[in-house]
Design a protein around this ligand. Sequence first.
Ligand code: WTA
Length: 688
Amino acid sequence: MSSSQPIDSILHETRLFKPPAAGEVGFDAWHVGSAQAYKDLHARSIADPEGFWRDEASRVSWLKPFDRVLEWQAPDARWFVGGRLNACHNCVDRHVDAGFGNETALIWEGEPVAGGGPEVRRLTYEQLRAQTARLGNVLKGLGVKKGDVVTIYMPMVPELAVAILACARIGAAHSVIFGGFAHTAIGERVIDADSRVIITADGGYRRGEVVPLLKNVEAAISLLDSQGHALRDVVVLERTGHVKGAQRFASGQTCGASARLHWWHDLTGAAGEDCPCTPMESEDMLFLLYTSGSTGKPKGIVHTTGGYLTFVQMTARLAFNLSPGAGQIFWCSADIGWVTGHSYVLYGILMNRVPTLMYEGAPNFPANDRFWEIIARHKVTQFYTAPTAIRTFMKWGHELPEKHNLSSLRVLGTVGEPINPEAWIWYHTHIGGGRCPIVDTYWQTETGGHVCTPLPGAIATKPGSCTLPMPGIDAAVVNEQGEEIGANRGGLFVIRKPWPGMLRGVFGNRERFISNYWGRVKDPATGEPYYFSADGARRDEDGYFWIQGRIDDVIKVSGHLLGTMEVESALVSHPYVAEAAVVGFPHEIKGNAICAFVTLKSRWKTEHPGRVPDDALKAELTAHVAREVGALAKPEVIRFAEGLPKTRSGKIMRRLLRDIACGVEKITQDTTTLEDFSVVAALRGDDE
Ligand code: WTA
């Protein structure tokens, strides 16, 4: 954990937006329609958690009822013990069984726009059932068993939803890797999860270009081979059709040492549609999702079945006021490769039987108003996106959304990073027509779903605040001793009681699970550990939460979590780099951007006599990081230094580097363009 500390209040935002009446935005009613109703619900959930969560769990379809709501031996929770259920059954089959097989479950729009407009596909619950059953049979045929981990590396196409749900259907856990990650990230995650099967596609479309997913998987396979990890099967969806001629493989062909490649269409074409949903124990693993940590290797966050489903159906319903059969169309623009896509493109929305919209591509293809055009054409009612996207839309101008009829919208959501009040007001005014409430949802991969958010019909909002905890969430801002602190003082964001959507572990790493989340803050009275989110926060005089961001060495870039260590390791793997330190600095659009401080090996000088480190070298290092980690990890700024400032004990002085990156500290620049940070360090006499 780095030594940075949360800060006391700086922003003082006083504007207050009252929740509209349900009818004003087009709902029949709010699920929670007044501040008092929220208060009562939250108070009940804290006073009688078992009763509260038992009621919520009754909205989940159980194949065998549970015996006990919770067994809690901190930090280990077992929810809905004795119950059996299946996640695919809950999202798909039960709606078919209830007579809604012909209703639309998923609306998908591809990125390319040909003469006749974009490709749009609609899948009903019955079609989803049939497709997940076919792929479920395919996976079983490839030897996938209950409890195995299947890796999924796909573009945003309906088959990605099918792949995820098919795994759930047969009791395999899925581990989805964001399509923007490079082959090393795939290799690392496949090994950590001990996964033997990958589902991928030939490519995906992004900003009019083809992202070569299969090529990245092939590169990952050579990496896996070199590390002795025998991958067994790769199922390849044909999406872009750019793998042609001699490069085209025949299903069953080997790639690398042991992996067999299969075309998705060959296998599913031959598979039957009868594949019953496997009954799972409530605590059986549903999925693994890797997230960046402060110490290098990404962590495989473990979520289990009964608790996760209970939590996401509730948070989706309450935060977005979802109701089935009421003409709602929900669109979350996040990629399914992130937790937001898991919980609020798929599970939470499908559980509520509201059609979920999935868009394949970029917001600026073919033009900068693509999102508004999609909302108008599909009559989206709830829209959920990230502050970094909103800031980009602001830059493109309000004239673009004004060209489209956005009157179908009822609730707007944001997620992933703190939203600055200007962006909030712009979203409210230009997208929400001043009418739609904004739900600023604060949560994490680890929490499974929203933990703090205004309920749209109940809570008055303040731009930049995620307001109040979800019912069932005992959130607080505390000091290092675990004591709740006064208004407008910076502290640690903790959750004091277990909740069903909480992570159950870090895959294969018990020690990291305990030390990362449960090791820092305790209940001062009982000594029981609190869940610590690694975010700093404050509460204002109304008890509203204001998230101040990470206080560990993890940076949110454009809403994507990145460990500084991941980027540093990528940099030092370059033959010219001796040492690297990576810090975040505030960025107008991205929220935070990466600044890398780099020292070079003498080899650089020997091989480039007379040349100073220049833009060409910067470009080379940037491309190297993109290749090793993915484009999202590219440093915004690279600064070359003679040496990095260190404490007497040899630790890199990150706080000083952060200040330099933010322009708080000036440094003396010498003529060789190599900066000398030791001067500032000496001036400061800092010992972090
Ligand atoms: C940050 C994304 C402020 C926070 C769902 C958290 C936010 C990290 C918000 C988790 C928000 C997410 N306001 N900060 N509304 N939502 N964060 O795991 O720092 O990708 O710890 O999950 O995002 O990122 P993750």
